[in-house]
Design a protein around this ligand. Sequence first.
Ligand code: FAD
Length: 474
Amino acid sequence: MSTHHPATGGRETDRALQGLAEHLTGTLTGPDDPGYDEARRVWNGMVDVRPRALARAGSVADVDHVLATARSTGLPLAVRGGGHSIAGHSTVADGLVLDLGGLTGVEVDPATRTVTVEPGATLAHVDRATAPHGLAVPLGVVGGTGVAGLTLGGGIGWLTRTHGLTVDNLLSAEVVTAAGEHLHVDAAEHPELFWGLRGGGGNFGVVTSFRYRARPLVSPVLAGGLVYRRPHWEQALTAFEEWTRELPDEMNPIVSFVVLPPEYGLGPEVLMTVGLVWASPRHGPGLELVDRLRTAAPPDLGTVAPVPWTVWQTAKDAVFPAGSRGYWKNVAFSRLDEEVVAALVAVASEIGWVGSGINLHCLGGAFGRVPEDATAWPRRTARFWVHVFGFWRDPADDVRLTAYARRVHAALAPFAEQGQYVNFLGAEPGADPVTAARRAYGHDKHERLVALKNRYDPGNLFRGNHNIVPTGHR
Ligand code: FAD
C-alpha cells in the first residue's frame, strides 16, 4: 500500500506500516489505495472516519504483526470482527484497524457437539455450518452480525431462554493479549479472563478463535409472530405479561414495535408483533401455548408455523443492511404492569416512520438461572430487556431519530434496573467512559473488570470498545 499520509504521518510510522505490509499474509490498505473507501466502511453509516491504515488479517500470525505495529507506532487501534458495532468501535480515525473479517471458518464437531469459529464469521456462517447437523449455537437475530463482537458483549437472540446467552455457551477462546502472549482461555485456564471475556467486550485481547457448545435444534422450528394493531396493544401486553410468568424454557418471545419497509406489504402503521421461537422438536405443546396467548389477546394477523432455522435466522437481514444509520439504547426491567405498559405504548405509538424500532426481549429461563457472578453480563434477574434501535438511511434523520431513541430510554428509565447491554449502546461522544462502564456493569462487576484490565491491558491498547479504563489511564 502507499502509506504516506502527511496529516498523520511521521516517517517512522510510514516505515512501520510499510514493514507491516510486507509481513502480512493479508493486505494493508491506506487512503491512497483503491478499495480504501470500501475497506473503511462499517455497518453503521453514521460512522464515517478515515483510518490511517486497515490491515485485513489473512492468518492469526497477522494479529501479532498488527499488535506489534500498534505498540511501536502508538497508532490508536481498532479491532474489527463483523463491523456491526453501533458505537463505531470497529474503526478509528487516523489509527490502525485490525480487520478480522476475512477469517470466517467454522468447524463443527457433531460428536462432541462443539463448534470452533474464526473471528470474522457472521451468525449466518455459523448457522449454515451447524444446521445440517441438527445443531445451533445461541446467537442473535440478524444473520450478517459478527459473531466476535456479539459474543464478547453477551449475545442475545431467539434461543436465550432455552439455552442462555451466547457467552453462556462459550467453552473456550484463543486470545492474543496486549503484550502479544497467546493464551488458551477457559474455565480452568485463566478463569478470571474467561469470566471477563463473557460480557466485558473486546477489552482484554484479540480473540482469534471461539469454541462453543452447540445445542440440538431440529429444523424446522416452530416460529412466527402474532401482530397487533394499535388499539389492541394494551390488552396484548397485559396478556403477554401474564403469559410469560410461567413460560417453559423452550418458548422465546420478542415483542417488537416497528413500521416495516414497504416491501413487507404491511402498510405504513406501527405494528406490535409478538415474535416467537419454540425451540423443541415437539411442536404440539408450543402451538397450545401460542393458542393460549391468542385466546387471551386475539391478534389482528400473524402466523406461527414450522420454519427452517437458517431461513428464520436470516429473515430480518433485509431490514438491517450494511450502511444503515443507527443509534441504540437499552433498558433492563422486570415490571410490565399498567404503568410500564402505558409508558411503553406512549413512546411506541410515536413511531410513524421506517427506521426506528423497539424490541422487548423476554428473559428468564436458562438465561436467568446462570448465577449473577458467573459472567460479566450485567444482570441476570431482569425479566425484560428493552432495546430501542435504528436502521435509517437518510443523514437528514440523524438528529430526530437519535433523539427518539433517547426519549424512549428516558421514558422507561424510571422502571429501569441496574444494567445495560453494551452491544445495544450507541456512541456518546464526550461521555466519561468510567461512568458509562459503571452504569452498564454495576459497581462490583466494573471493579472486577478494571482489575482484569489492569492485569491484561494496563496500557489500554484495546480501547476501541465500551472501554474498561485501566487505573493508570484515568
Ligand atoms: P465489530 O464492530 O467488529 O466489533 C464490536 C466490538 O468487539 C469492538 O469493540 C471490537 O473491537 C470488538 N471485537 C470484535 N472482534 C473482536 C475480536 N476477535 N477480539 C477482540 N475484540 C473484538 N446483538 C445481540 O446480542 N443480539 C442481536 O440479535 C443483535 N442483532 C444485531 C443486529 C444488527 C443489524 C446489528 C448492527 C447489531 C446487532 N447486535 C445484536 C449487536 C451486536 O452484538 C454488536 O453490534 C456487536 O458488536 C457485533 O459484533 P461485530 O463483530 O459485528 O462487531
